[in-house]
Design a protein. Structure first.
Length: 381
C-alpha cells in the first residue's frame, strides 16, 4: 500500500525532470538558430588555454623556509641556519614596502632571486632598506615595491611591470638582471620557448578540478605544516630538482654575442615601456663572487653551477659572459641616458657579502641598500 501511495509523488518528480530536460534541450536547439552575438560556444576540445606567466608570489601569503643542513653545507658559506619568512601584500609584492597611504616617492624593484632576497631577514632586504635610507636623506615619504622573484628573466619582469606595477604609477623602476637571462638565452636560445617552468606563456587545463586536488588545496590551507610533514614521509623522494635540470645538463659553446644582443633588446624594451608611462627607469648591474681560477675554489661553486645555472665546458668563457652581461647593462643605460647603479663595481667579491656566487647575505643586502640610496640621493631632482 505504501508503494502505491508513493507512486504519484515519484511520477510527479519524474515528469518534472523530463519537462526540465526537454526545456533545456529545446532551448539549446533553438539557440542554434539565433545569432551568437558576443561570445563563443565551446563545442568540442579546447581543454587547454594559454596565459602570460606572471611569476609573482601569491597575494597575502606568508611563506617560511628553513634551509636544510645539506643545502647549507653544499651550497652556502656563512648563511645562518634559521627560519626565513616572506610575507606578501595584496598584489603579491614582498613586504615591507608600501608603508604610506600617500607617499611622496614610490620606487619599484624588479629582478630575480637576488632582488627577492628570500634568505635575508625582512627588515634587511635591500629594496625596503634602500627606501628607508632614501626617505631619511630626502625627508620624504618613500614606498618601495619588491617585485623580485626567483628564477625569472628581464622579460618576465617586463610582464610584471606592465601588468602590476604600471597601474600603481611609481616614480622609479629599478631593474637588476643578469644570470637568469644569461642561462635562459644560452640553453633555450630565445626568451620565447617551451620551458615547463620558465617560459613567458603558461599552458593550463580547463578541465574541472578533481576532488583529490580540491581536498589537497583545502588541507594545504588549513594545516600546511602537517601536509608538508606527511608529504615528505608518505612520498620519500630525492630533493626536488628544477625543471631545467634535464634540459640544461649538456655542455655546449656559449654564444655570448647572441645572448647579450637579446639581453640588450629586453632592457631597451623595459626602458621604453617605463618612459611611455612617465616612470623613470634605472638599471643595476649584478655583483658576483665568480673566482678567477675555478679549479682553486671549493666544491660549493661547482655545486651551485651544476645544479642551478649551467653545464659549463669552458669556465673562462662563462665568466667573461657574465661580465659582458653587466657591461651590456652599462652600455644600454649609456645609450638611452638611463642612470646605472653599479653594484658590480661597488660591492666586493667576498663571502662577507654573498653566501654563494651571486646571492646576498644580510650584510650584502645592507651594502646594496647603501649603494642604491647613496646613488639615488645624489641624483638631481
Amino acid at each position: 500500500m505504501k508503494t502505491i501511495r508513493n507512486f504519484p509523488v515519484g511520477l510527479t518528480i519524474a515528469i518534472a525532470i523530463a519537462i526540465a530536460v526537454t526545456l533545456i534541450v529545446t532551448f539549446e536547439l533553438a539557440l542554434r538558430f539565433v545569432p551568437a552575438g558576443q561570445g563563443y560556444y565551446l563545442v568540442d576540445g579546447g581543454t587547454e588555454q594559454r596565459a602570460i606567466r606572471l611569476p609573482l608570489l601569491a597575494p597575502n601569503a606568508r611563506l617560511t623556509f628553513k634551509p636544510p643542513r645539506e643545502y647549507l653545507d653544499a651550497r652556502t658559506e656563512g648563511l645562518p641556519s634559521r627560519e626565513y619568512v616572506v610575507e606578501t601584500d595584496t598584489d603579491g609584492f614582498i613586504k615591507p614596502g608600501r608603508l604610506h597611504a600617500d607617499p611622496d616617492i614610490t620606487i619599484a624593484f624588479l629582478g630575480g632571486s637576488t632582488t627577492e632576497n628570500f634568505l635575508v631577514p625582512a627588515e634587511a632586504r635591500f629594496p625596503h632598506l634602500a627606501g628607508q635610507q632614501i626617505a631619511a636623506c630626502t625627508n620624504q615619504r618613500v614606498n618601495t615595491i619588491n617585485a623580485g622573484r626567483s628564477g625569472i628573466t628581464s622579460m618576465h619582469s617586463l610582464n610584471i611591470f606592465l601588468n602590476t606595477i604600471v597601474p600603481l604609477r611609481p616614480d622609479f623602476a629599478v631593474m637588476m638582471h643578469n644570470i637568469n637571462d644569461y642561462a635562459m638565452l644560452h640553453h633555450e636560445v630565445s626568451y620565447w620557448n617551451d620551458h615547463p617552468g620558465r617560459s613567458l606563456l603558461s599552458t593550463f587545463s580547463t578541465r574541472p578540478s578533481e576532488p583529490v586536488g580540491r581536498f589537497a588545496r583545502l588541507a594545504n590551507l588549513l594545516v600546511p605544516r602537517t601536509v608538508n610533514f606527511l608529504r615528505a614521509r608518505v612520498t620519500p623522494t630525492a630533493p626536488p630538482t628544477d625543471p631545467h635540470a634535464a634540459r640544461w645538463g649538456t655542455p655546449k659553446p656559449i654564444d655570448v654575442d647572441r645572448i647579450t644582443e637579446n639581453f640588450a633588446r629586453s632592457l631597451e624594451t623595459f626602458i621604453h615601456a617605463a618612459r611611455s608611462w612617465d616612470i623613470d627607469p634605472i638599471l643595476m648591474t649584478m655583483p658576483d663572487r665568480w673566482p678567477e681560477d675555478f679549479s682553486k675554489e671549493s666544491d660549493k661553486f661547482d655545486e651551485f653551477i651544476s645544479r642551478k645555472v649551467f653545464a659549463i665546458d669552458d669556465y673562462s668563457v662563462f665568466k667573461n659572459g657574465f661580465n659582458t652581461m653587466n657591461e651590456t647593462v652599462r652600455r644600454t643605460a649609456e645609450r638611452f641616458e638611463v642612470p646605472v647603479i653599479d653594484l658590480a663595481s661597488e660591492i666586493g667579491r667576498s663571502p662577507l657579502f654573498m653566501f654563494d656566487p651571486i646571492h646576498f647575505n644580510e650584510a650584502g643586502s645592507r651594502k646594496a641598500a647603501e649603494v642604491i640610496s647613496t646613488t639615488m640621493c645624489m641624483r638631481p631632482n
